[in-house]
Design a protein around this ligand. Structure first.
Ligand code: ADP
Length: 397
């Protein structure tokens, strides 16, 4: 790619996160962040906040006057703002999008052209809360900048290497054949970690590694020689461990019970399962791990402990798939910044051979285990960088 700027977008229903990268100045695939920001409260109280890559605040301004109630309607204004803030010698060259679902069709990022958009829209029933929002942003950009190449990067793609033993639910085969299978998510984060390991810890990268992506959304993945072999999220992003507002794995009988006893329909269940469960549901206080850690209410502590033990159980379960475990990586908000949770998780796993170095763990250092322990590392994830690299690679191919 020739020298310019690249826009990376992660679009939700009422917010858009964006990062601007500089591309093409050095090596073909080299990208470096310039500034990043988010537009939040779209439809209610829109606000734009942006910072340089060094963390200096560029702006924090109300966009109430530009708010037309939806992400697609406000995006042209964001594009205009971005372009006025770009250096003159860095014209906008392309956009890379985080798209939640690539289904079985896409095992790598793709340039959005021809029938790609329609194929992605056909996958919306698999991720009804996110896929339409991601696609609406692509469509809005295409409408205001038809010449701008756009690349879709998928949360599911990295997991397409998994064998049927990991992806199959014990349900009638006809549903499996129609796509009711485990897909897994957070793939861009795991891919970044796999690359990072290959570059910085090549021996461990060849081994059996469990990566714990613990943020507001949380999942874990087993990497064998850098390849995803199993992950805790499944058909949807509801499966696996408890999260901020999602329950993780549930006895399916509960859903039947809720439908019968409380007369709940699909929309009611969706609202409950995506927004009212997890840490928030158990504590009845907050979905924010930090707040719960600081709260002595027994329900807050139950939520913290439940999260920790479920994550530990998931790590042990993924170690079975891997036939052992050579290293554990913590990443995302709680994984990168939460010593209390990391300690609880590793204490549950002491019998396997995990022991944290208390001081290193408290200081959020990179290596946080003792010498005699199976190594435990903190590696900050960077999904935006992964999308930027993918976008450049797709466009350079
Ligand atoms: P998202 O999935 O929305 O990207 P993040 O990766 O930013 O979320 O993670 C958000 C979570 O990380 C919140 O539960 C927050 O409380 C938690 N977190 C951030 N800092 C800390 C900390 N110092 N200790 C414990 N939890 C933390």
């Amino acid at each position: 790619m020739t020298k310019g700027a690249l826009l990376v977008l992660n679009s939700g229903s009422s917010s858009v996160k964006f990062t601007i990268f500089q591309v093409g100045s050095k090596a073909q695939d080299q990208v470096s962040p310039l500034f990043a920001g988010q537009l939040t409260g779209i439809g209610t109280d829109a606000n734009l906040k942006a910072k340089t890559s060094e963390g200096k605040l560029i702006t924090n301004e109300s966009w109430a006057d530009k708010d037309r109630g939806s992400v697609p309607a406000i995006l042209p204004h964001l594009l205009e703002w971005i372009e006025t803030n770009l250096p003159a010698d860095l014209p906008l060259k392309a956009a890379g999008h985080r798209v939640v679902h690539g289904g079985e069709t896409y095992d790598k990022p793709v340039l959005v052209q021809g029938d790609v958009f329609k194929k992605l829209a056909d996958l919306s029933p698999l991720a009804p809360l996110h896929q339409p929002q991601n696609l609406a942003a692509i469509e809005a950009l295409a409408n205001s900048r038809p010449e701008l190449p756009q690349v879709a990067c998928f949360d599911t793609a990295f997991h397409q290497t998994q064998p049927p033993l990991s992806t199959t639910y014990a349900i009638p085969k006809r549903y499996t054949d129609e796509g009711v299978r485990r897909y897994g998510f957070h793939g861009l984060s795991y891919e970044y970690i796999a690359h990072n390991l290959r570059e910085n810890k090549p021996d461990l990268a060849k081994g059996r590694v469990v990566v714990a992506h613990l943020g507001n959304g949380a999942s874990l993945t087993a990497l064998d020689n850098g390849v995803s072999v199993e992950t805790s999220m499944g058909f949807s992003a509801l499966d696996g461990v408890p999260m901020g507002t999602r329950p993780g794995s549930l006895d399916a009988g509960i859903l039947i019970h809720l439908m019968r006893t409380y007369d709940m329909d699909a929309d009611d269940l969706e609202k409950l399962l995506y927004h009212q469960c997890g840490l928030l549901g158990v504590s009845n206080i907050s979905n924010d791990m930090r707040e719960l850690e600081e709260n002595s209410d027994p329900n807050a502590q139950l939520a913290v402990d439940l999260f920790s033990i479920k994550v530990a159980k998931q790590i042990a379960s993924l170690a079975i798939t891997l036939g052992g475990i050579d290293g554990l990586i913590f990443t995302a908000g709680i994984g990168e910044h939460g010593p209390i949770i990391r300690k609880k998780i590793c204490d549950y796993l002491a019998w396997i051979g995990f022991e944290l170095d208390v001081a290193a763990n408290d200081a959020n250092e990179e290596l946080i285990s003792t010498e005699s322990s199976i190594p435990v590392y903190i590696i900050p994830t960077d999904e935006e960088l992964m999308i930027a690299r993918h976008t450049v690679n797709v466009l350079s191919a």
